[in-house]
Design a protein around this ligand. Structure first.
Ligand code: ADP
Ligand code: GLC
Length: 486
């Protein structure tokens, strides 16, 4: 039996991306299709999404919904791989350039509840024959933006006496919960009693994330370790009790890497290519990176790279404190990212203090991201918490040894270059346990120590590059989950 599944998300690479969610939404559907599933995607009609789709055709006219006049659903295809994508055209809600969630002042849009309620509502409508030619058996909703999809499905089930589709909700990041004032509940058109502690209510407010977690049939998150962490008071974001209650329906399925996009032997965004057996090109990538960022052209300076959203989560404040140590040992650091203005300023100041050794650039750019991942010796991901993390997986593929905090998906994917791991041919990077200056400094010292032993460094690089984090195994696990539900 072919399983029909609808993935519901707010971003998708290569159309629109602010973080790893887009990479997952861009790669997982194809991996499922390769394994025999019939998968389509539903996205809000942000300008970049509408502009990037091909062959858009009207599917349904929905009139006035969630404060938007003339809402229409269209269907198109993704030019890169032919993926079928439903897109919601609602200009007054979505036709805003830039970040899909925040305005120019980095403040969430005041009508985000309506903007993303519409997304969840249409998903549930698609499960009820909104498109007469196709309807999903599984609605797979990602993060709070799609959190109301399971709630609208549950409401339809109550009305009609049977569930229009089964649902899966994937947590990509528990730190973003989609919380709105209680009075906005009346805008959603959900049954009154859904505003309840056993429902969408969260400490007197309305939570889209909780709606997803409460009403969905199965919950997944993006790594096994994070699946355990979020059931604890310390890392559960106030939802740990609900997650423990649903522990039997909760599983951790690791994200994968799309090796058609992230492969140093064929990367279209790199000038020089390399592979585990031909590493010479990596040095050219490092030289290009030093040049691009105006660092001293020293081929033997240990070069640390960071490509990251600049938020509290990513732990770059801790890394800032370690800069003097990196510089003292003759290392270099490149940071590229965008986000929290205070962190952006702190990073800029450190770069000004060490112009030969530290470079910081603010922005979001796919080519630069690849340039840094390829040209760095070490890619640092010192996150306080990390549901999965993709940059450390990209770093492994590029032989740029990841330096990570032992949490979430970072703990599940990187093996520390301890003596015993090196001896057992196991090491792939540098892992620190305690999120404090001493913990981080220890990992940095291990990186310098290994770099001084070039043969072992190269062997570790090759081992990192041989790791297989492709989507295959994870896609199989999602399929198994769908089958169980049907
Ligand atoms: P998160 O989703 O929490 O941001 P991930 O590691 O899962 O973390 O995914 C981050 C994704 O966003 C990666 O594809 C990374 O390359 C990309 N990325 C982060 N910052 C930038 C940036 N400034 N420019 C380009 N890509 C970026
Ligand atoms: C989130 C998480 C990140 C994860 C990504 C994709 O943004 O912060 O750890 O890799 O989603 O699942």
């Amino acid at each position: 039996m072919t399983i029909r599944a609808l993935h519901v998300a707010s971003e998708l690479y290569p159309l629109l991306k602010t973080g790893g969610l887009a990479d997952v939404a861009g790669a997982l559907p194809s991996a499922l299709i390769e394994r025999g599933a019939d998968v389509r995607v539903l996205l809000p009609g942000f300008p970049a999404v509408l502009a990037g789709l091909r062959d858009l055709q009207p599917v349904a006219q929905l009139g006035s919904r969630f404060g938007a006049p003339d809402v229409t659903l269209e269907r198109g295809t993704l030019p890169t791989n032919g993926l079928a994508v439903y897109v919601i055209r609602a200009a007054s809600l979505y036709d805003r350039p830039g970040n899909p969630y925040l305005n120019d002042e980095h403040v969430p849009y005041g009508d985000n509840a309506q903007r993303f309620a519409l997304l969840g509502w249409i998903a549930a409508q698609l499960a009820q024959q909104l498109d007469p030619t196709w309807s999903p058996q599984i609605v797979h909703a990602h993060d709070w933006h799609a959190g109301l999809a399971p709630a609208y499905l549950k409401a339809a089930e109550r009305e009609h006496g049977r569930a229009p589709a089964r649902s899966v909700f994937t947590i990509h990041n528990l730190a973003y919960q989609g919380i709105f004032p209680a009075h906005q509940f009346s805008l959603l058109g959900l049954p009154h009693d859904f505003f309840n502690m056993h429902g969408v209510e969260f400490y007197g407010q309305l939570s889209f994330l909780k709606a997803g977690l409460y009403y969905t049939d199965r919950i997944t998150t993006v790594s096994p370790t994070y699946a355990r962490e979020i059931q604890t008071l310390a890392h559960g974001g106030g939802l740990d009790a609900l997650l423990r209650h649903r522990a039997h329906d909760l599983s951790g399925i690791l994200n994968g890497v799309d090796y058609t996009v992230w492969n140093p032997a064929a990367d279209q965004l790199l000038a020089t290519h390399y592979s585990a057996s031909r590493l010479a090109g990596k040095l050219a990538c490092k030289e290009a990176l030093q040049k691009r960022f105006g660092l001293a052209q020293k081929s033997d300076a240990l070069l640390f790279g960071v490509v990251s959203r600049l938020t509290e989560q990513k732990g770059l404040d801790l890394l800032l404190g370690a800069v003097p140590e990196i510089v003292k040992r003759g290392g270099q650091l490149v940071v590229f990212g965008t986000g929290d203005p205070a962190l952006e300023n702190g990073l800029k100041m450190v770069a000004q203090a060490h112009p030969e050794s530290v470079a910081v650039e603010l922005g979001f750019d796919e080519t630069l991201a690849h340039t840094i991942i390829a040209g760095s010796d070490v890619v640092a991901v010192p996150s306080r918490f990390e549901p999965c993390g993709l940059t450390q997986l990209y770093a492994l593929a590029y032989g740029s040894l990841p330096l990570v905090h032992c949490v979430g998906g970072l703990a599940d994917t990187v093996a520390d270059a301890s003596l015993e791991n090196l001896a057992d041919d196991f090491a792939t990077g540098f892992v620190f346990d305690r999120f404090d200056p001493k913990g981080l400094a220890g990992a940095i010292r291990r990186a310098f120590a290994l770099y001084a032993r070039r043969t072992e460094w190269k062997a570790t690089q090759r081992r990192a590059m041989r790791q297989d984090f492709g989507w295959g195994a994870s896609a199989e696990r999602y399929l198994a989950l769908y089958r169980e539900l049907l």
